[in-house]
Write a protein that binds this ligand. Structure first.
Ligand SMILES: *[C@@H]1O[C@H](CO)[C@@H](O)[C@H](O)[C@H]1NC(C)=O
Ligand SMILES: *[C@@H]1O[C@H](CO)[C@@H](O)[C@H](O)[C@H]1NC(C)=O
Ligand SMILES: *[C@@H]1O[C@H](CO)[C@@H](O)[C@H](O)[C@H]1NC(C)=O
Ligand SMILES: *[C@@H]1O[C@H](CO)[C@@H](O)[C@H](O)[C@H]1NC(C)=O
Ligand SMILES: *[C@@H]1O[C@H](CO)[C@@H](O)[C@H](O)[C@H]1NC(C)=O
Ligand SMILES: *[C@@H]1O[C@H](CO)[C@@H](O)[C@H](O)[C@H]1NC(C)=O
Length: 559
């Protein structure tokens, strides 16, 4: 080997770092055709006779491949093995091997024979194959907090050289520390093809902050790099706190439905709980709540809940139940007599101090307490007691009775003085009955709040003592008044008062009177004619006559 060629080889070797020293290295792709240059493709010597390609067998002996004579297009395949059908040579004396596999990774030597020299140029062949696939296996659905969990296994199949696998979280390399990050690599060589399958399993102990984290399996190979993402994963962790909530609007009132709701802060949220109700343990599954229907005052107290799978995780709440009972010592209709005393007792039993108020017929009053009842104290008394959210009512009706008492008996003058109006006023319950000692008309009765007034119209013809008597079941009262007669326009008064018989008597009287008057007029005329000559008789006679008429008239109207 001459010096120049040797130096050239050294220079070329320096260009590719991983070259076997002194030997050229050519890389081909698996399954394709590789062209192996002879003497780096340098032109052959001018006195070339032929070029021969051979290879080194596994046992170190040489295997013939083919020979090409100078200045011809022909070549001769010498190989008898697998290479016989796969080898060829081109015009630049490059050895062509088709359908390469890893078995072709050996040293091929180009022998250049000229008239003056014989040179050998060995070439090391390397066959690369990119991975046929990158797959994820055993992929996790969730990560456990603070607990090594298999995130997944990355498998890079059938590569040469073997691919390397690394893992990243959010594009940053994960460094194995044996606690939070554990990576278990493995590699398999296919004995038939010699191809490598690399796999790597990542185990990771998550924190709550990893909930958005994306993990990636990064496969690195001379021919291709590939990144496969996993996640983000839900992070599961047990509850660290448990809470018990009592669901109610405002304060809880006896009879309410009260829902107890338990929750834990774990992920996923716990779904089964124990509720401890007055010493009784109840399991609730697939629900976080328990409803106490129609709660009673006895149900007040401490309530507790815990996780079904960890009873040490518990919470408790005290539950207060508001209640209010109200009763009065009086109820319904209470009948009392004027002057009696009355008091009412209020009995209340409540969870707090209730507000108590009273109304009488709808208007606010103090709590009824009477030493001497009057009619005005009658009415419907209502007691209202309240606590936040609760109102209770109790009532009674008070009726005050009393024997009637006449307050006044009066005579009212009337303008035309043809009649008189008498008014009798009395107090009494129940409603008193009126009785008069005199015939009367136009009776008017009013009764209000135990006060009764009775008005009558009378036509007294003489001085009368008129009495008014009032009575009810409790007794009676009488009062008398002296009434003077009606003097003027007696006749007219009679006229309006008397019956039809009296009226016809009056008409007869008037007719008789008129007849007598006409007879008198006739008599007077006759006397006048007779006395024309006797002078002043006329005047005295006229006056006498009118008095006479009046007397006659009175006689015609018996009282
Ligand atoms: C693969 O990645 C490495 C480093 O990450 C890089 O140097 C190389 O060029 C990449 N190869 C391909 C084929 O992308
Ligand atoms: C309480 O619950 C019962 C049945 O569960 C229902 O009939 C009743 O109306 C509820 N009462 C109230 C005050 O909501
Ligand atoms: C109680 O739990 C049931 C079942 O999970 C649910 O449907 C209901 O809404 C819950 N009630 C309350 C008040 O949270
Ligand atoms: C229940 O009542 C007690 C005393 O009556 C009180 O101290 C406590 O705060 C109440 N609890 C609730 C939840 O209202
Ligand atoms: C009232 O009138 C009736 C007849 O209308 C009579 O019989 C009676 O005597 C009268 N009583 C008084 C008190 O005047
Ligand atoms: C009315 O009563 C008084 C006293 O009681 C008596 O003096 C008088 O005579 C009575 N008058 C009539 C008209 O009865």
């Amino acid at each position: 080997m001459n010096m120049v060629v040797f130096l050239l080889l050294v220079l070329v070797s320096a260009g590719t770092c991983d070259q076997v020293s002194g030997t050229e290295k050519v890389t081909g792709l698996y399954g394709e055709t590789i062209a192996i240059p002879c003497n780096r493709g340098a032109p052959p010597p001018h006195d070339l006779m032929f070029i021969k390609w051979k290879y080194e067998k596994d046992d170190g002996s040489a295997g013939d491949l083919l020979i090409k004579q100078a200045h011809t297009d022909q070549h001769t395949v010498q190989a008898t093995d697998d290479y016989a059908k796969r080898v060829n040579i081109d015009d630049e004396y490059n050895l062509l091997i088709s359908r390469t596999s890893l078995k072709d990774q050996k040293t091929f030597t180009c022998m250049v024979v000229s008239g003056t020299n014989l040179m050998e140029y060995p070439v090391l062949v390397v066959i690369n194959k990119k991975p046929s696939s990158v797959t994820l296996m055993d992929k996790s659905d969730v990560l456990q907090k603070d607990k090594l969990t298999t995130v997944g296994t990355c498998v890079v199949a059938d590569a040469n050289p073997a691919a390397t696998i690394t893992w990243t979280k959010n594009r940053k390399s994960l460094v194995v520390d044996g606690k939070v990050v554990v990576i278990t690599p493995s590699m398999k060589l296919d004995p038939a093809t010699g191809l490598s399958t690399t796999s790597s399993t990542l185990q990771y102990a998550a924190t709550k902050e990893d909930v958005d984290a994306v993990f990636s399996c990064v496969s690195t190979h001379v021919l291709t790099n590939q990144t496969t993402d996993l996640g983000p994963f839900p992070i599961h962790y047990p509850s660290e706190n448990v809470g018990l909530e009592i669901i109610s609007k405002g304060s809880i009132i006896e009879g309410d439905n009260v829902t107890l709701k338990c929750h834990g802060d774990g992920n996923p949220p716990p779904s089964s709980f124990f509720f401890y109700l007055k010493g009784q343990k109840t399991l609730v599954e697939n629900s976080d709540n328990y409803t106490l229907t129609g709660i009673s005052r006895e149900a007040a107290g401490d309530y507790k809940c815990s996780l079904a799978n960890n009873e040490k995780m518990e919470a408790s709440q005290s539950l207060n139940v508001s209640y209010l009972d109200l009763s009065l010592s009086l109820s319904g209709k209470i009948v009392k007599t004027v002057g009696d005393s009355l008091s009412v007792r209020v009995d209340k039993s409540a969870s707090g101090e209730p507000k108590v108020s009273w109304t009488k017929n709808g208007k606010g009053v103090n709590q009824p307490e009477f030493s001497k009842l009057t009619y005005a104290d009658s009415g419907v008394y209502l007691c209202e007691a309240s606590l936040p959210g609760i109102v209770q009512h109790q009532s009674f009706e008070l009726v005050i009775e009393g024997k009637p008492v006449i307050k006044s008996l009066t005579e009212h003058g009337v303008a035309d003085a043809k009649h008189k109006v008498l008014s009798c006023e009395a107090e009494g319950v129940p409603k008193p009955r009126f009785q008069w000692s005199v015939n009367h008309t136009d009776e008017v009765i009013s009764y209000n709040d135990g006060r009764a007034t009775n008005k009558i119209t009378v036509y007294p013809m003489e001085n009368l003592n008129v009495s008014c008597t009032v009575s009810n079941k409790l007794g009676e009262d009488v009062m008398t008044i002296n009434v003077s007669p009606v003097f003027k326009e007696e006749s007219e008064e009679k006229e309006s008062q008397n019956d039809l018989h009296d009226q016809s008597m009056l008409i007869v009287g008037v007719v008789v009177g008129l007849l007598i008057a006409a007879a008198l007029v006739g008599l007077l005329y006759w006397l006048y004619m007779k006395n024309t000559r006797q002078g002043s008789f006329k005047t005295r006679n006229e006056a006498g006559t009118s008095e006479e008429i009046k007397k006659l008239e009175e006689n015609n109207y018996p009282v």
